[in-house]
Write a new protein. Structure first.
Length: 325
């Protein structure tokens, strides 16, 4: 057993040091060392690329916990490098990773995922099948700390985006500009030369306690709109950690309020009469959604009430974003 482990380590070492690193796995982290430890541990167990070298680039986004200790523990087990970004915010950290990446592809994942055993090889095969493509993405399944409540399970089609879940099917399909069928941030890849032409907007993405989303979707849509090709890679899956405290109505409300802020920042707003910088019809929509939510409340957490909560909080977020700009 020990000899087999040594042979595997030697094989990995040769793969890491192959001339011309091609795949950079980029992970941005902020004070989540325990989750990062599990993520890096899993990366040390997966099948390595068959014909390409690889590296793991961790961006320390102003961490104050024991992230340094975790990185030291995995140095030598992985082809690991570290960069630091002192400006807090996921978009800032992603831009730092982009600047430090040595690979021809940047394969983005999070500090709280477990990747599938063939994750890297599945992406490598996709690169070979579609050498001109600039964007790739794979499935994200939830990794629940505890069993989700019934109201989440029964309304998963409405709530899955709040838990970064993504499943576009078991068949490789192209991404299309203008479509909502695009990959999410815990599992996507961009060709580095194209990525460096499309930086992440610091106004988007999580930043401390600020819940604004969509920095990666914004970039992917810009890349596709520029005419680049993109593909879904159904074999390249990950599982994304969902802590128990997120299985709550409060979290769902916060998420959809953040989604509303994101929509306000990214979607064009038609030239319309405004009150306090906000299109007047947004207030009407907010009132209608508030009344609909109130109407649904006496019936318990029905599907209609869950849908009404999502719509109401999205409207609140859109208006708050305009007030704060």
């Amino acid at each position: 057993m020990q000899r087999k482990a040594q042979q595997l380590a030697a094989q990995r070492s040769q793969t890491w040091r192959h001339s011309g690193t091609v795949i950079t796995i980029a992970i941005c982290t902020h004070n989540r060392s325990q989750l990062l430890d599990r993520t890096l541990g899993r990366l040390g167990e997966i099948a390595v690329p068959r014909r390409r070298a690889w590296e793991v680039l961790v961006v320390d986004n102003r961490c104050t916990d024991d992230t340094d200790t975790v990185l030291e523990r995995h140095t030598g087990r992985l082809p690991l490098r570290r960069a630091r970004q002192d400006r807090l915010g996921l978009s800032n950290a992603r831009n730092a990773a982009m600047d430090h990446a040595r690979g021809s592809y940047i394969l983005w994942t999070d500090d709280d995922v477990l990747v599938d055993g063939n994750w890297l090889q599945a992406y490598e095969a996709a690169f070979d099948r579609h050498p001109d493509a600039a964007v790739f993405g794979g499935p994200i399944a939830p990794w629940f700390q505890s069993d989700p409540p019934v109201w989440i399970v029964e309304n998963w089609d409405l709530l899955s985006s709040a838990y970064a879940a993504r499943d576009l099917g078991h068949t490789a399909i192209p991404f299309n500009a203008g479509s909502n069928a695009v990959p999410y941030g815990a599992n996507f890849c961009v060709r580095t030369d194209v990525q460096r032409m499309h930086r992440y907007d610091p106004a988007l993405g999580r930043n401390g306690r600020r819940v604004v989303l969509g920095e990666e979707v914004d970039v992917v849509r810009r890349i596709l709109a520029a005419g680049h090709e993109g593909w879904w890679v159904p074999e390249a899956g990950v599982r994304h950690w969902i802590p128990a405290e997120r299985l709550s109505k409060r979290y769902v409300a916060e998420y959809f309020r953040g989604l509303g802020r994101t929509c306000s920042l990214t979607e064009p707003c038609e030239d319309a009469a405004r009150w306090f910088g906000v299109p007047r019809w947004w207030y009407r929509e907010l009132l209608e959604r508030a009344l609909r939510y109130a109407w649904c409340c006496p019936g318990g957490w029905t599907r209609d009430r869950v849908r009404a909560l999502c719509d109401l909080e999205t409207s609140v977020g859109r208006i708050l974003a305009k007030w704060n700009t």
